[in-house]
Structures are given as structure tokens and as C-alpha cells.
Design a protein around this ligand. Structure first.
Ligand code: SF4
Ligand code: SF4
Ligand code: SF4
Length: 155
């Protein structure tokens, strides 16, 4: 929809496709099944951070994984640290991820990391009617404060 430079020809929008078929399968799992699914998904992750480095949203001067004061998580491929990296990165992308697919394309271990971000992308669409990358006129919903936002957390 929005680009600085268009390489090649525009391709037509895909129609009549179920964008969230895989997400619905995840939603149908109970909490334990879903937890195991995601832990298995990232079991082969080598923490190279290529998925983060290629992501257009990951431009923080110092990523939380590189912080040492405080150190948010360990540097090894310990399963808990690895899972924490993926979970937190996904939440950092919530409401901003355009599902461009770059993170998956670049992964040397062929890990389907979009499984994390697509669920959040679907939630943001359903809860806030917002789709990242479609307009420059509105800010991502998790980036704005509205005094009349529903929910007790505001108070
Ligand atoms: S994972 Fe989070 S902290 Fe790290 S670069 Fe991306 S948005 Fe920034
Ligand atoms: S699909 Fe989302 S998380 Fe992955 S590189 Fe694109 S914008 Fe980043
Ligand atoms: S690119 Fe793949 S192997 Fe590297 S940190 Fe991301 S998920 Fe792990």
C-alpha cells in the first residue's frame, strides 16, 4: 500500500484467502498445548537475532537483549531465555507488524516466527480495527492514549 520505491510491477491484492487460518488453530489449543507448541517452535533457535535485525520495527538503539544494566535475559540458547526473547519481541511489534515476512525469510533455522506476531496482528485488527502499514494518518493503537479508553487499567 505504502512504499518509498516500487521495484517491479504492482501485484494485485490477494482475495478470498484466509489470512488467519494458522492463528485460529493456535487459538483452539488450550494453554498447555499452546505453550508447548511455541516452545517447540523455537527449540532450534540459535539466537543469531537475524529476525530482529531485519525487522523494520526493530530500530531501538539498544535492544533489550543487548542490555547489560539491567540484564533482562541471558545470552545463551537456554530455552527460557530463548522463549523470553521471542515472546517479548513479539509484544514489542504488536500493532506495528505489517506481516511483511522478512523475519521468517531470513531465519537460518527456518523457524516460523510469524506465528508469534500474527496472533497479535489479528488481535489488534479485531480489538482496534487497525491494520499496520495501511495509512500514515493514524498512530498504532498501542502508541496512543485516549481518556475514554475502555478498561479499568486507565484509572
Ligand atoms: S526486540 Fe524490542 S527492544 Fe529489541 S530492537 Fe526490537 S523493538 Fe527494540
Ligand atoms: S513480519 Fe512483522 S515482525 Fe516480522 S519482520 Fe515483518 S514487521 Fe517485523
Ligand atoms: S533468525 Fe531464527 S535462529 Fe536467528 S534468532 Fe531469529 S528465530 Fe532464532
Amino acid at each position: 500500500m505504502i512504499y518509498d520505491e516500487l521495484l517491479g510491477e504492482r501485484v494485485p491484492e490477494q482475495e478470498r484467502m484466509d489470512r488467519y487460518e494458522d492463528v485460529r488453530k493456535l487459538e483452539a489449543m488450550d494453554a498447555d498445548e499452546r505453550s508447548k507448541y511455541f516452545q517447540d517452535l523455537v527449540a532450534s533457535c540459535i539466537r543469531c537475532y537475524a529476525c530482529r535485525d531485519v525487522c523494520p520495527l526493530c530500530y531501538c538503539p539498544t535492544c533489550f537483549v543487548d542490555e547489560s544494566r539491567p540484564q533482562w535475559l541471558g545470552k545463551s540458547i537456554d530455552p527460557t531465555d530463548t522463549f523470553t526473547f521471542h515472546l517479548l519481541r513479539a509484544f514489542h511489534c504488536a500493532g506495528r507488524c505489517t506481516d511483511c515476512g522478512a523475519c521468517e525469510r531470513v531465519c537460518p533455522m527456518d523457524i516460523k516466527v510469524r506465528q508469534f506476531t500474527k496472533k497479535l496482528e489479528k488481535d489488534v485488527l479485531e480489538l482496534y480495527d487497525h491494520e499496520a502499514g495501511m495509512t500514515t494518518e493514524t498512530r498504532p493503537p498501542l502508541d496512543v492514549y485516549q481518556p475514554d479508553d475502555p478498561g479499568d487499567f486507565i484509572e
